[in-house]
Design a protein around this ligand. Structure first.
Ligand SMILES: *Cc1c(COP(=O)(O)O)cnc(C)c1O
Length: 358
């Protein structure tokens, strides 16, 4: 029996996608082979990677002056790849809203001078800080944000206005969860394993004019221009992951696209936040407009009770609810693939746990 998996990543994939992949696993269409066995330079695979890009462009309404890249190395490699490619003045602005933003900052500090515009470290990153525009460097090479903070459950509700400075967004845990205006960004990047497909694939969406400025010593694999010029086929890309992304994108289209995703995600998150806001035992750790639709941390305020809850939930088929060690308590990650009834049943289980342990 499939469980409800609340993992922050790798996370659930839509069951329909897994079933389709299973049906095509051994023989893909009329090709007599698995996608995993195909040459990445074959015409069969070319059709898959092109269709994946086209579908992503359709689903996210990506403007023509943006390139789509299918890379490896995770979101974490982008923390270094971005400064290596974007440095001109050698300065970048950062907002530190959690561990992933901090890791990006630490990588960039190896290559350029970094200015921390704001941080929410004082309250365990439980909010998105207000920004003082006078602290922005108008000549920075880029301005980095982590748009959805997977560990802490916060999400930017309004993007910083960075003027001509390219906004770089780590969207690993919120990409495809709602419509976004791609034209507001210089670079969007995301590891696939939260909301797009299996681990091993990283998607980068980059404005054309930001390609071709890499530092001289940048390894060829880490130069966006190499990847753009070769349409992500300079070397062997994560072929199977790209194919699964195609299925996930088709699944999103079949549900009504990102507008429908946002509606469903708002409903799911609303169910859990409403329960938490009315519970006497459980409470959310993030409030107001900064609340994430994807990752919802919560606590009882009692470590023993937290552990008991996580253990009993697991037995009941709700797995990976333990919170990140830096926050404690619990966290429910409810990406696109988590069905509404998964959240409904979790809330029902929490209510029962609360009455039995009051
Ligand atoms: C998971 C995650 C990462 C790390 O992704 P990798 O693909 O493992 O490098 C970075 N940023 C955010 C926001 C994440 O959720």
């Amino acid at each position: 029996m499939r469980v409800y998996n609340f993992s922050a990543g790798p996370a659930m994939l839509p069951e329909e996608v897994l079933k389709k992949a299973a049906a095509e696993l051994v023989e893909y269409g009329e090709t007599g082979q698995s996608v995993m066995e195909m040459s990445h330079r074959s015409k069969e695979y070319d059709a898959i990677i092109k269709a994946t890009e086209k579908t992503l462009r359709d689903v996210m309404s990506i403007p023509d002056n943006y390139k789509v890249l299918f890379l490896q190395g995770g979101a974490s490699l982008q923390f270094a790849m971005v400064p290596l490619n974007l440095m001109k003045t050698g300065k970048a602005d950062f907002v530190v809203t959690g561990q992933w933003a901090k890791k990006a900052l630490e990588q960039a500090q190896k290559y350029c001078e970094c200015n921390v515009v704001a941080t929410s470290k004082d309250k365990t990153f439980s909010y998105i800080p207000e920004l003082d525009k006078s602290k922005f460097n108008p000549n920075a090479d880029y301005f980095h944000i982590c748009e959805n903070n997977t560990i802490y459950g916060t999400k930017w509700s309004e993007l910083p206005d960075t003027g001509n400075v390219p906004l770089v967004s780590d969207m690993s845990s919120c990409i495809l969860s709602e419509p976004v205006d791609v034209s507001k960004y210089g670079i969007i990047f995301a590891g696939a394993q939260k909301n797009m497909g299996p681990a091993g694939l990283t998607v980068v969406i980059i404005r054309e004019d930001l390609v071709g400025n890499a530092q001289e010593k940048t390894p060829i694999m880490l130069d966006y221009k190499t990847q753009v010029d070769n349409e992500s086929l300079y070397n062997t890309p994560p072929t199977y992951g790209i194919y699964i992304l195609k299925l996930v994108l088709e699944w999103i289209q079949s549900k009504g696209g990102l507008t429908a995703m946002k509606e469903i995600n708002t409903k799911k998150a609303g169910l859990l936040y409403d329960f938490l806001d009315n519970s006497k035992m459980f409470s959310a750790t993030v409030f107001g407009k900064d609340r994430s639709l994807m990752n919802i941390p919560f606590v009882t305020g009692n470590d023993e009770l937290d552990s008991k809850f996580v253990a009993e939930a697991k037995k009941a088929g709700f797995i990976n609810l333990k919170g990140h060690r830096s926050v404690g308590g619990m966290r429910a990650s409810i990406y696109n693939a988590m069905p509404v009834e998964g959240v409904e049943k979790l809330v029902e289980f929490m209510g029962k746990f609360e009455s039995e342990n009051a």
